[in-house]
Design a protein around this ligand. Structure first.
Ligand SMILES: Nc1ncnc2c1ncn2[C@@H]1O[C@H](COP(=O)(O)OP(=O)(O)OP(=O)(O)O)[C@@H](O)[C@H]1O
Ligand SMILES: [Mg+2]
Length: 586
């Protein structure tokens, strides 16, 4: 499977160009201004050889000190003016570029924030964030450097030829054949190196994701003594990349050497023919020097051209990848006029739910039906991979079932606003996540508007004062909560859900890593609260759910048994077997 973050070989130039153009459009005034500055700066730049010609052909031979001073001052003023206009040009481009990139980054992040869970289960986050950073940076270079400089170069080439032809057509004609040769070279060069650079970029992405993935799992790498193996594997990829890169760079050096050869060759031609015509008095020394000076300006854009080609290639493949991400549609979204709920009044009901994560994979839930009334508690137990977390995924509309209906207060949740469902339901996930910040920040879910008192209330309610005396609320949590034990993270995640204090609470293995003492405090507290709350508790430890009003035993995606603890024990079925395994003597 191809990830949208990966470098693709085939770029759709048309759609990518449209995207790039649409990004530039809101800033068109800035680009028009930059364009004007560019024409002015290039014209100023091209005027200097004419001033020198005037100095050599008129002011100096005429021994006219007034004309000499005038020409020298003009040269000086011209140069200063050139620098000022160039500065203004650069500033216009930098601000336009920064504005475009900031808007684009915000747009991408906003887009990513609303994408479905199914998208994230297929696309590694590391790759996506790298895309947001490095691809937007590649576009920045295009907006600030290449797009405008290319216009400048074409304008410069045309203007220099026109000026030269105006002053001396014959000498200009001598230079003419050089340029088709150069452009042929550039074209061949681009064609040859382009696939090499695509390959290099592909391998760079591969290496960076390889390194990220293995460093993320560094403890496994070290525990299994895989350091050497991983380092060898990374060496192999790096070496492959090195070989292609050297090959591509060799092409660049060869290209520059050839073009470099063409420059003295052209200068020699101008000196040769020009010198001969000067001796014959057909041209002046001023014209000769002017041509030499212009020659330098002609080669400037040519040298830059290969740079442009590589930036254009880079930014088009970056633009293409950005477009691939932006065009991913939110699979699960609200209907046009959705219902809103602030809390549940009656019940949650699953009606004949069939669910699988992919069209061609096995059913994860098969005809699952149950009803949970307000204020009651439901426990779901069952084998690993049996489909318990999938039930919560469906309730939160992270995924949509293939068949069947989920109702909250008899309304299909597909017609209820996603945001209102999620704010009515509290969730403590099995796969918990803490954000960098303090424990307090995490308990407030990074929302500064939540008052401290709400956090203290929650801690009080859940009887965890002692725990948070030991673990200061000011303690810094590092990325992924790596400086906390799993049990501590669970306590924090549970308290976080209590801060929001929703009427419906879904706990997916929320206490599995806590010591029995802490778990008891929390479950007792939740039991007391559950008089007012509706609870869904998923747990492997049966002691946690013994008191639930109703228990579902889920196995292989089906509800095999249903009832309260005593009923299920009496039935002597799977639940009884689980119970015997956990609490029995053998
Ligand atoms: N995002 C996903 N994409 C594809 N398959 C998935 C995804 N999430 C879960 N599954 C598969 O669906 C099945 C049910 O998974 P689920 O997470 O619901 O199990 P569970 O009962 O919560 O298990 P556990 O007790 O281990 O938490 C498993 O076979 C799992 O491999
Ligand atoms: Mg699970």
């Amino acid at each position: 499977m191809r990830h949208p973050g990966e470098v693709e070989d085939k770029i759709n130039y048309k759609t990518t160009f449209k995207l790039i153009f649409s990004l530039m459009k809101p800033h068109k005034l800035k680009f028009v201004a930059a364009f004007a500055y560019l024409i002015i700066s290039t014209s100023i730049n091209l005027a200097n050889p004419i001033i020198i010609k005037y100095l050599l052909d008129t002011a100096i031979p005429d021994k006219n000190t007034y004309a000499l001073a005038l020409a020298v001052s003009l040269y000086f003023v011209n140069t200063i003016l050139f620098l000022i206009v160039n500065y203004l040009l650069a500033m216009k481009l930098i601000t336009a570029g920064q504005e475009i990139i900031t808007t684009l980054k915000n747009k991408m992040l906003k887009h990513l924030l609303y994408l479905d869970m199914s998208y994230y289960s297929e696309n590694p986050v590391g790759r996506l964030t790298a895309r947001v950073e490095s691809d937007t940076q590649a576009l920045y270079e295009l907006f600030t450097e290449t797009a405008i400089t290319m216009f400048k170069d074409v304008f410069m080439l045309g203007a220099v030829f026109t000026i030269m032809a105006f002053y001396n057509l014959k000498l200009t004609m001598i230079l003419l054949p050089v340029f088709p040769i150069v452009f042929l070279f550039i074209w061949r060069f681009g064609k040859k190196t382009s696939p090499m650079f695509v390959k290099v970029r592909k391998m760079t992405a591969e290496i960076s994701s390889f390194v990220t993935e293995y460093l993320n799992g560094i403890s496994v790498v070290q525990a299994f003594g895989q350091e050497n193996f991983i380092s060898k594997k990374s060496n192999d990829i790096n070496e492959k990349k090195f070989k292609i890169e050297v090959k591509a760079e060799r092409m660049i050096v060869l290209f520059f050497t050839t073009v470099l050869l063409l420059q003295p060759f052209s200068i020699a031609a101008v000196f040769g023919f020009g010198g001969m015509w000067y001796i014959k008095k057909e041209i002046t020394i001023g014209i000769l020097i002017m041509f030499i000076l212009y020659l330098e300006k002609l080669f400037e854009p040519i040298f830059r051209f290969s740079e442009h080609i590589s930036i254009i290639q880079k930014s088009f493949s970056a633009g293409h990848r950005i477009f691939e991400i932006l065009k991913v549609k939110q699979g699960i979204c609200d209907i046009e006029r959705p219902h809103y709920i602030s809390s549940m009044q009656k019940s949650i009901e699953f009606k004949n739910i069939w669910m699988r994560y992919k069209d061609d994979s096995d059913w994860v839930l098969k005809n699952v039906s149950f009803k949970l009334n307000k204020g009651k508690s439901l426990a779901i137990v069952g084998e690993t991979g049996g489909g318990k977390t999938t039930i919560t995924n469906l309730l939160f509309r992270f995924y949509t079932p293939e068949k069947g209906k989920i109702l909250i207060d008899e309304t299909d949740i597909n017609t209820i606003s996603m945001q209102s469902i999620r704010s009515a339901l509290g969730l403590v996930q099995q796969d918990m996540y803490l954000f960098p910040g303090t424990i307090m920040d995490n308990l407030k879910l990074m929302d500064e508007k939540v008052p401290d008192s709400k956090v203290y209330d929650a801690i009080d309610k859940i009887k965890l004062k002692d725990f948070f005396k030991k673990h200061s609320l000011k303690k810094k949590v590092v990325e992924k909560g790596a400086n906390l034990s799993i049990g501590e993270k669970q306590v924090i995640s549970l308290t976080r859900a209590m801060v929001l204090d929703q009427d419906i609470l879904v706990l997916d293995e929320a206490t599995s890593h806590m010591d029995p003492y802490t778990e008891k405090i929390i479950t007792n507290a939740i039991k007391n609260l559950s008089k007012h709350k509706t609870l869904i508790v998923i747990a492997h430890r049966l002691s946690t759910i013994k008191n639930a009003d109703n228990i579902l035993l889920l196995s292989d995606g089906e509800i095999k048994e249903e009832g309260n603890h005593d009923e299920l024990l009496k039935a002597k079925g799977m639940y009884w077997k689980f119970y015997e395994l956990q609490f029995g003597k053998n």
